[in-house]
Write a protein that binds this ligand. Structure first.
Ligand code: APR
Length: 247
């Protein structure tokens, strides 16, 4: 493992345009369960709660589950060391952008500036009809939230199954993936597309791939060059210490 850490540090220091691609696993050490795996949310909740048609047909039932999953438990989650290291590597000019599948806002709260939220962000609610957005923290979610302007049921500002990827996030993610010479993948199974196609696109354009995950994934034996087996916070701290010793 130490050899791999050293090799990863060398590749990171040689990179000219490194980006990070994160999945739910980077937020596990912030207390937010992943979607898949042993303690995955989809083992406890039906993903249909996040189906767009189901939401429009049964908004009151859907909101009960959405509130429990995304607001009751996670509202107070804080960035962990992995998020903080990524923000520090951006300040050092090493990381140019983060593409995240996560909707928990923790990269921004850790201080990252260039973050492309491929699946949106749970901190805001949006009216599906007039597009008005409000901060979820300012809304009493004990009742189903309604738009002040048109009284439609508000929806979290993240994408549901059956919904398209936010255009800006998609366009920017493709752009940085095509320009990256290094992608650090942290905490993603690689099972969710089109998000998982971003590291694959970068690989096609010649990028090196470093992967941080306690388990192997769909990326590991296909596009990963250096697989760092371990938890995000522990590995990212080791990388930062090594990088700082050499810059
Ligand atoms: N550090 C790093 N990785 C971890 C950790 C940890 N402490 N704990 C778990 N993991 C890894 C798991 O091994 C797994 O590979 O994080 C991944 C979590 O899997 P998923 O929850 O499926 O995450 P991801 O692949 O990002 O898919 C999430 O699925 O339902 C959709 O849109 C939803 O964005 C969401 C996407």
């Amino acid at each position: 493992m130490q050899d791999s850490i050293e090799s990863a540090i060398d590749i990171i220091l040689k990179s000219k345009f490194a980006i990070v691609f994160t999945g739910a696993g980077i937020s596990v050490e912030s207390g937010i369960p992943p979607f898949r795996g042993e303690k995955g949310l989809w083992n406890k909740y039906d993903p249909d709660a996040l189906d767009l048609n189901n939401f429009h047909l049964n908004p009151f039932d859907a909101w009960k589950v959405i509130k429990e999953i995304f607001y009751d438990f996670f509202q107070d989650s804080k960035p962990n060391d992995a998020h903080l290291v990524i923000a520090e590597l951006e300040q050092l000019g090493i990381i140019k952008a983060v593409i995240t599948q996560n909707i928990d806002n923790l990269h921004y709260e850790a201080g990252s500036k260039v973050v492309y939220e491929f699946h949106g962000n749970s901190r805001k609610l949006v009216c599906p009809y007039c597009g008005k957005k409000v901060l979820a923290a300012e809304i009493d979610l004990s009742n189903v939230p309604l738009c002040e302007s048109c009284h439609a049921v508000l929806k979290p500002d993240f994408i549901f199954f059956g919904e398209g990827i936010p255009e800006d996030a998609y366009r920017n993610s493709v752009n940085v993936s095509q320009n990256a010479d290094l992608v650090i993948i942290i905490g993603s199974t690689g099972e969710v597309v089109p998000a998982a196609s971003m590291p694959q696109l970068a690989k096609q354009y010649g990028a090196k791939i470093i992967e941080v995950n306690p388990e192997k994934t769909l990326f590991t034996d296909s596009i990963t060059d250096i697989y760092l087996k371990g938890k995000a916070a522990e590995i990212m701290n080791k990388l930062l210490i090594g990088i700082k010793q050499k810059i």
